[in-house]
Design a protein around this ligand. Structure first.
Ligand code: HMG
Ligand code: MG
Length: 296
């Protein structure tokens, strides 16, 4: 439940977007413990896993066990990525609170990530949306590569806003705009958001920034200036994307909180508790957190 005093929503994607990129298999128990610890930090949105082909992302092949093993905290929404009907069926069986469909703004990334064109992906999502509607499940939409694609280069804002508009019209309650390889800058983010303003309310947008070039916080600040209030982030800066070379590091949740707190905005999330979780998972993975705040 969103508190009336909440200014900013942090959408934690570490257990999914973070761990999916780990080369070595992370024990199911560790994934469960990570989510349970995150559940106690004040977060209200946790992307717990994905129901994708285990052939494509073996790391998350244990998604059903993870969902079955976690302690559900009241008020926290546990979501999962679903690329197709099979994924949606499994996610519903696992009793997720919300699912996410994921499209790309570039043809090459769409092919590499989900093995189909953008148009085919939209067709594939239609029955997923129907199924979600039948089960009264909220659906989030992702668009990746919103300013740059690792294969196709620069992407025009209008290309992205067209896809976002389509996903909203299909019934997504929110679109998360992914700067998948972290090449955006504040000017590009503002251009992108202006293109969206013409086709949908900005309250329906979230920003999903990667910190590859150290610009994620500047991009988030630009989003805040434009009125965006939901930001995806990953505890300890875990992650990247297996199908986008150079997509090292989702912006760290603790770094976003540091920014948000410094601006006097309330997210309801306790930064010290997030730092503890960042240290926990980093120790399990055998390295330091990929953030400024947790290694201070
Ligand atoms: P495909 O190979 O074309 O599909 O993959 P398929 O239908 O031929 O299926 C291949 C095998 O996978 C079959 O098994 C299916 O049953 C199985 P087999 O018969 O060979 O034994 N399968 C599944 N198993 C479990 N759950 C499923 C599922 N679907 C098929 N849902 C497909 C197409 C979409 C399935 C594949 O490409 C895929 O799973 N892709 C997902 C890759 C992924 O997770 N990438 C990372 C997402 S990150 C991202 O997109 C960016 C984001 O983080 C934001 C940002 O940073 O920008 C969101
Ligand atoms: Mg990401």
């Amino acid at each position: 439940m969103i508190d009336a005093m909440t200014d900013v929503i942090i959408y934690e994607v570490g257990p999914r977007d973070g761990l999916q990129n780990e080369a070595n298999f992370v024990e199911t128990e560790t994934k469960i413990e990570l989510i349970n610890r995150l559940s106690k930090t004040g977060l209200i949105k946790i992307e717990a896993t994905s129901f994708v082909s285990p052939k494509w992302v073996p790391q998350l092949a244990d998604s059903s066990q993870v969902m079955a093993g976690i302690e559900r905290k009241e008020g926290v929404s546990y979501s999962a990525l679903t690329p197709n009907l099979k994924g949606a069926e499994l996610a519903i069986k696992a009793n997720v609170d919300e699912i996410a469909i994921f499209a790309a703004a570039s043809e090459s990334f769409s092919q590499k990530n989900i093995n189909c064109s953008i148009e085919e992906s939209i067709d594939r999502f239609k029955p997923v949306m129907e199924m979600a509607k039948d089960h009264k499940l909220k659906v989030r939409g992702y668009v990746s590569c919103v300013t740059h694609c690792p294969y196709d280069g620069e992407i025009s804002p209008a290309t992205v806003s067209d896809i976002s508009e389509t996903l909203i019209k299909m019934g997504c309650y929110e679109i998360s705009l992914g700067d998948t390889i972290g090449k955006a800058d504040p000017a590009a983010i503002k251009k992108l958001l202006r293109a969206h303003e013409a086709v949908l309310p900005l309250q329906n947008l979230a920003l999903h920034c990667h910190d590859t070039y150290g610009r994620a916080l500047d991009n988030i600040a630009a989003g805040l200036e434009m009125g965006i209030r939901t930001f995806d982030s990953s505890v300890a800066g875990l992650g990247g994307c297996p199908y986008a070379e150079g997509a090292s590091g989702n912006v760290a949740t603790e770094d976003v909180l540091s920014l948000v707190n410094s601006l006097g905005l309330n997210s309801g999330v306790d930064i010290d508790k997030i730092i503890d979780v960042a240290l926990y998972i980093s120790k399990k993975l055998g390295r330091a957190p990929n953030s400024k705040t947790a290694v201070k």
